[in-house]
Design a protein around this ligand. Structure first.
Ligand SMILES: C[S@@+](CC[C@H](N)C(=O)[O-])C[C@H]1O[C@@H](n2cnc3c(N)ncnc32)[C@H](O)[C@@H]1O
Length: 247
C-alpha cells in the first residue's frame, strides 16, 4: 500500500478494507464517502457492465476511464458495506458523523448496513441534480441521488451559532472539471461537509478523484482518502497537490 502525505491530506493507494485497518482507532471526525453503488446488480449483465456504459448517458463523451468494484449483487453489496462501515466505525471518534451517497435502489441496503456497523441512522439528504438530468417518459426524471446520514453514538452538541443545514441540495452534476466518470461536484461536497466539525479530519475510503478531499482542504479540514485504482489515485494526488500551490 502506497501512502502520500501533502497539504493536510493523507492518501492511501489500496483496498479500502486493508487501508481502514491501518487507521488508528477514534482518530477521524467524519466519514463522508461516495462508494461504488453496484446499482441494479440483480442480473449478471448488470454486474459485468462497464461503469461508463452503466452510469453515463448514451452519447455522453467522457475521457475518464472506467473503475473497479461495481460488481456486487444486492446481498453481497450489503455484506461488503457492513465490512467497510464497520472498519470505519473503529476509526471514527465518539460523536463522529457519517454521510454515505447512494441511489434509490440501494437505500434500504445501505441504511441497514450503516446500522449493522453500529452507527445511529439520522436521515436522508437529497441531492437534486436539476432538470438537466435524464428524463424518463411517463415517469419521474432521474433527478436525485441520496446521502444517508448517521453518527457514532449521540451527536456532539451543536453550539448556539451552529447553522441549520438544508435537507435538499440543488447542484448540477457537471460543474467545473469532471475528472471521474461519476465525480461529484465540489460545491455539493462542500455542502455535505458542513456536517463535519470545523478543522476536523474527514475520511473518504472511496475517494476517486478526491472531490471530498478538495472540499475538506478548501474549508480548512484534514483529509484521509483511499483509492484502489491507480489512475484515479494519481488524479486525486495531483488535484490535491495543485490545491497546495494555489493556497
Ligand atoms: C463512485 S466513485 C467515487 C467518485 C468520487 N466521489 C469523485 O468525486 O471522484 C468510487 C471509487 O471507489 C473506488 N473503489 C472501488 N472499490 C474500491 C475498494 N475496494 N477500495 C478503495 N477504492 C475502491 C473506485 O475505483 C472509484 O474511483
Amino acid at each position: 500500500m502506497q501512502t502520500l502525505e501533502m497539504n493536510g491530506a493523507r492518501l492511501i493507494h489500496g483496498d479500502a478494507l486493508a487501508a481502514l485497518d491501518t487507521l488508528a482507532p477514534e482518530t477521524v471526525d467524519a466519514l463522508i464517502t461516495d462508494p461504488p453503488y453496484s446499482s441494479g446488480g440483480m442480473f449478471r449483465g448488470d454486474r459485468v457492465q462497464d461503469t461508463g456504459d452503466k452510469y453515463l448517458n448514451t452519447g455522453a463523451r467522457h475521457s475518464a476511464p472506467s473503475w473497479p468494484g461495481d460488481t456486487r449483487d444486492q446481498r453481497a453489496y450489503g455484506l461488503w458495506c457492513e465490512r467497510w462501515l464497520g472498519a470505519s466505525y473503529r476509526a471514527l471518534k465518539w460523536g463522529g458523523v457519517v454521510a454515505v451517497f447512494c441511489d434509490w435502489r440501494q437505500l434500504p441496503t445501505v441504511s441497514d448496513a450503516i446500522q449493522v456497523a453500529g452507527f445511529v441512522l439520522r436521515g436522508i439528504l437529497v441531492w437534486d441534480k436539476t432538470e438537466g438530468t435524464r428524463p424518463v417518459k411517463g415517469w419521474h426524471r432521474q433527478q436525485s441521488e441520496f446521502v444517508l446520514t448517521a453518527s457514532k453514538g449521540p451527536r456532539n452538541k451543536a453550539g448556539a451559532d451552529a447553522p441549520v443545514l438544508p435537507r435538499v441540495v440543488r447542484c448540477a452534476p457537471r460543474t467545473g472539471e469532471k475528472l471521474h466518470q461519476v465525480g461529484k461536484p465540489v460545491p455539493l461536497m462542500r455542502e455535505v461537509l458542513r456536517l463535519a466539525p470545523e478543522g476536523g479530519t474527514v475520511l473518504d475510503p472511496f475517494m476517486g478523484s478526491a472531490a471530498t478531499g478538495v472540499a475538506a482542504l478548501e474549508d480548512g479540514r484534514e483529509f484521509v482518502g483511499v483509492e484502489i485504482d491507480a489512475h484515479y489515485f494519481g488524479v486525486a494526488a495531483e488535484r490535491l497537490r495543485k490545491l497546495g500551490e494555489v493556497a
